[in-house]
Structures are given as C-alpha cells and as structure tokens.
Write a protein that binds this ligand. Structure first.
Ligand SMILES: Nc1ncnc2c1ncn2[C@@H]1O[C@H](COP(=O)(O)OP(=O)(O)O)[C@@H](O)[C@H]1O
Ligand SMILES: O=P(O)(O)OC[C@H](O)CO
Length: 501
C-alpha cells in the first residue's frame, strides 16, 4: 500500500504542497509565494499562470524534499482560497484577465445594482445563504465579462470557463486544453452566490440576473471522490485527484469538527470561524454566512455557519510592508509585550469594508483613541487585539443564530504561534482556546477528503483519532475589564462606518 497522501493548498499569499502520513503528520512541505497585484485602491489580483506554475513547482519540491516518487502517493487533494475568480479560454487555456481576489471591492456597483432589483443585500440569502457582497465570485465574473473587450461574446459562444482557484488548478492538473476536467465541489460553489444550498446545483435565475452564462460554470461534484488523474510528465503524474475543499472548510475538516456544535477559527490573511451545524442548515439573522462545510461522496451535505473576517494577519503584514515598523510578522508580539495594554488605541482594519457580521462596504480602516502617549508597542497590541475583537463579534453572532454557546475554540493558521494573541483571545471570549499539534489543518483537511475517497483512511473516525492537542489557553481576565475593552472596540467600529460616499 502507498504510504502517503498529498495536498495542494493554494492560499491568498502562497501555494504549498504537503505530504501526510496515515497518522496525519506532515512528511514534507514545499511552499512559494506569488505576487499580490494592487492595480488601484480596493483592487486585488493574482496572475493565474503564476499560481499554476507555482503549483507544479511545489508539487515537485514536496516530493523531492522527502525523496518520494509518484508511486508513494495514494491520492492528492486540492484546497484553495475561496471566491477568487478566474475566467479562461477553454481552447487556448489562457486566462482572459487576472484572477480577481476575494478581498477585491471593485464589484460594489454591480452588487448595489443587483440589490436594487429588489430585496436589497438579502436578495439571494434564502437560496445561497449569502448576502450580496463584493466578497463572492459571481459578481467578479460579471465584472470580467462587462470589462474585458470581447469577453461576453466569447462567453456566450461557449469558449470561456469560470472557476475558483480549485477549478483552475484541477483543469490544468488534469490536462488543460487536452481534456482538462472542469469541476468544483459544493464548498467552493457555495461561495459564488450562484449555487442553491438545498439542491447543490447552479441557480439559473440568479445566473441570469448576474449575467453569467451557465456554460461557463463547472460541474459540481462532491468534496471527496476521484475527479481525474494528474497529467503525465509532471510531478504527481497519474495520481488520482480525489478531494476538493475550500480552505476554511478544509481546516474545519482537518480540525475534526465533524459533529454539529464543533467550531474552529483559522488565523491567516483573514480569520474564518466555522461552526458545523450538521445536515441542517441554519440561516443567519445576525450577519453570518450559511455555507456547505463538506460533502463526502454520496453522503448528505454537512453545513456550517461562517463568520468571515477580511483583515487579521494581513494587518500585521501591512504594519511590516506599508509602514515598515516591523521587520518580520513575528516581531509584532515582542513590541506588543513591551507595553501593558493598548494605551487607549483601537485599530479597526476595514480595508475591504467590514465583512461579518457587519457587511458594510462603506466602512474604511481607522485607528482611534490616539494620544501623544501611544507608541509602536501600543499600536502592535491594537493590531493583535483587533483580531481577537473581530473574532468575538462573529462568535457572539454565532451564539445568537445557533443557540450554541461555545465551550472552547479550536484554532489554527499562521497567527496562532502568537501566544499573546492566543491568551487575549481566550480572555475576550471567556472560553479556552485550543491549538492542535498539526497546525496545517487546511492542507490536512484536503488530504483527508482525498484519502477517504481512495480508502487510505477508512472513515471519519480515523480523522477524530488523529487529532491531538498541543496547547490550551485559559481565560484569566476579569469580566469588568473584558466588558470595558469590548465596549470601546464597538465604539471604534462605529467610527469607521459611512466613510465611502
Ligand atoms: N508571530 C506572528 N504574529 C502575528 N501574526 C503572524 C505571525 N506570524 C505570521 N503572522 C501572520 O499570519 C499570516 C500568515 O498565515 P497563513 O495561515 O500562512 O496565511 P494564508 O493561508 O492566509 O496565506 C500573515 O498574514 C502574517 O502576517
Ligand atoms: O487563503 P486564506 O487562508 O487567506 O483564506 C482565504 C479565504 O478562503 C477567503 O474566503
């Protein structure tokens, strides 16, 4: 029997390939970053060709680093930044435009026009589980067809294909113009504003409203089945591609949040809290998303409530790259520890407006409470605290929507090495925060989906058994302090609204 399963994790800032053994431990990893393209304020793009080239490189790199060959790999899974939209020509394989990234706000006008058709921001909530917001892929496809010369005519002639990053990579991995498979899974499809959450199929009426021809849309298959095999003459040649999960759903799966009431929070570029609600979908009345959590083979889909926060780890990057006041992301903890508290400063990073639970595209970032006293340490602390406060907001909304009061929170992602943040998070939520041994839960979740499809893992019980705790932070803050800090956070948020006119 082959000993390993691989996962390709195509994230916002980088692409990695990871190889896991049967116990879910990392055997090998290779990773490379891609360019963040900011053509103008509010626009964020990636070059899909660069991402595809990087994918091939890291697949080869991960095998080489552990001295593995294709024969050692039982299956490969794909997990990806969700909502990031690619439109390409099926006859040439060439993208017609850069990938428009989930954080991009250029579709604000399109979303407002759609809302004006009736129903406002909630127009498609019943069918899709989502508010009308710039975050999702459908309006991004509309923008490409409206703005790239000749694109609409080519789309209507059936020459153009759409996909989130999972679909773009799957199509290329399985041969591209030579028989590439044009498929996605329900977790990715549920982020387009085009999929019906009950039937797990495309909604023709919404696609018509959105001006997106149905011929562009990939086939929706389950999250765990063999979609095709990797093309010949490449690193993972002939390996079955057997799992697709959007990265936040993959992390939920990798964290073994497999029963209703279990939740995780991933701290990466943004933060994403997902609560497994089982085979019942919970429609949010408090600004959360209802989304597909996973669908394993022919089983019924499992749903989740999601609190999506656009800017958390990227705020640390902003301090480092745009202001130059940090040398590395890790330094934020050292500066934050140099002071006792935030010195009265609050930083609301509404760089892409505010996502959950506010959904306010008219908000923009603000630092409030500044006095001459505030220094680099206080700002560093305010940056970390912003992550924890935003998490509290979505978890409060989740409690209200689901009636589930969390008794602990599983965490993962690039920011969870930050111990000050983890302690502050436990304090602001007043529940323990738990970090697993394998923090690479996103790639692991995709590996599990692929491994289950080919019998490498027998059942979800294997996933539960593989999960192990690394560290737990207990809340120590008194209620009065917690309430005071959170009160000022909410006041700071109110100062960012109604900024864009
Ligand atoms: N020690 C740290 N403290 C706070 N944030 C950190 C630290 N190390 C990394 N980060 C942040 O974590 C993020 C990277 O996490 P990762 O999970 O790799 O992101 P993604 O998958 O979204 O690309 C970056 O935004 C970075 O600023
Ligand atoms: O690539 P990440 O980890 O920042 O995740 C991005 C999310 O999928 C966006 O919805």
């Amino acid at each position: 029997m082959t000993k390993y399963v691989a996962a390709i994790d195509q994230g916002t800032t980088s692409t990695r390939c990871m190889v896991f053994d049967h116990s879910g431990h990392v055997v090998s990893v290779d990773q490379t970053e891609h360019e963040q393209i900011f053509p103008r304020a509010g626009w964020v793009e990636h070059d899909p060709r660069e991402v595809w080239t990087n994918t091939r490189q890291v697949a080869a790199g991960a095998l080489a680093k552990a001295d593995l060959t294709t024969e050692d790999i039982a299956a490969v899974g794909i997990t990806n930044q969700r909502e990031t939209a690619v439109v390409w020509d099926r006859t040439t394989g060439e993208p017609v435009y850069n990938a428009i990234v989930w954080q991009d706000t250029r579709t604000d006008r399109i979303c407002r026009d759609l809302a004006d058709l009736g129903g406002g921001q909630e127009r498609y909530r019943d069918r899709t589980g989502l508010p009308l917001a710039t975050y999702f892929s459908g309006p991004k496809v509309r923008w490409v067809l409206d703005n790239v010369e000749g694109a609409r005519a080519r789309a209507e002639a059936g020459d153009l294909l759409f996909g989130n990053m999972d679909t773009w990579l799957l199509w290329n991995l399985t041969g591209g113009v030579d028989g590439g498979v044009h498929v996605t899974d329900p977790t990715n499809a549920s982020r387009t504003l085009l999929m019906n959450l009950d039937t797990l199929s495309w909604d023709a009426e919404i696609a018509a409203d959105m001006g997106v021809p149905m011929s562009m849309l990939p086939e929706i298959r389950s999250s765990s089945e063999v979609y095709g095999h990797v093309r010949e003459r490449s690193a993972l040649a002939s390996v079955p591609i057997a799992g697709i999960l959007g990265d936040q759903q993959a992390a939920t799966f990798g964290q073994a949040c497999l029963s209703p009431g279990e939740a995780k929070n991933t701290y990466g570029t943004g933060n994403f809290v997902l609560l497994n609600t089982g085979t019942d979908k919970v429609m949010s009345e408090n600004g959360l998303l209802t989304t597909v959590c996973y669908q394993i083979g022919a089983s019924a889909p499992v749903y989740a409530l999601e609190g999506s926060i656009a800017v958390t780890g990227s705020l640390v990057q902003w301090l480092r790259d745009n202001l130059g006041i940090l040398g590395t992301a890790g330094e934020v903890e050292r500066y934050a520890r140099s002071v006792e508290d935030n010195g009265g400063a609050y930083f609301v990073p509404a760089f892409s407006g505010l996502y959950a639970p506010h959904w306010r595209s008219d908000a923009r970032g603000a630092i409030v409470g500044l006095t001459r006293f505030v220094n680099k340490g206080h700002l560093s602390r305010a940056v970390l605290e912003a992550t924890a406060f935003q998490t509290r907001e979505v978890i409060d909304a989740m409690n209200a929507d689901s009636g589930v009061a969390l008794t602990s929170l599983k965490v993962d992602g690039g920011m969870v090495v930050n111990e000050l943040l983890m302690q502050f998070q436990a304090d602001i939520l007043d529940v323990p925060v738990i970090r697993p041994v394998v923090n690479e839960t996103t790639a692991l979740g995709a590996a599990y989906a692929a491994g289950l499809a080919v019998g490498f893992w027998a059942s979800e019980d294997d996933i539960r058994q593989n999960w192990a705790q690394d560290k737990q932070w207990e809340p120590t803050m008194d209620a009065e302090t917690r309430d005071r800090l959170y009160h000022f956070w909410k006041k700071a948020v109110s100062r960012t609204l109604n900024w864009v006119e």
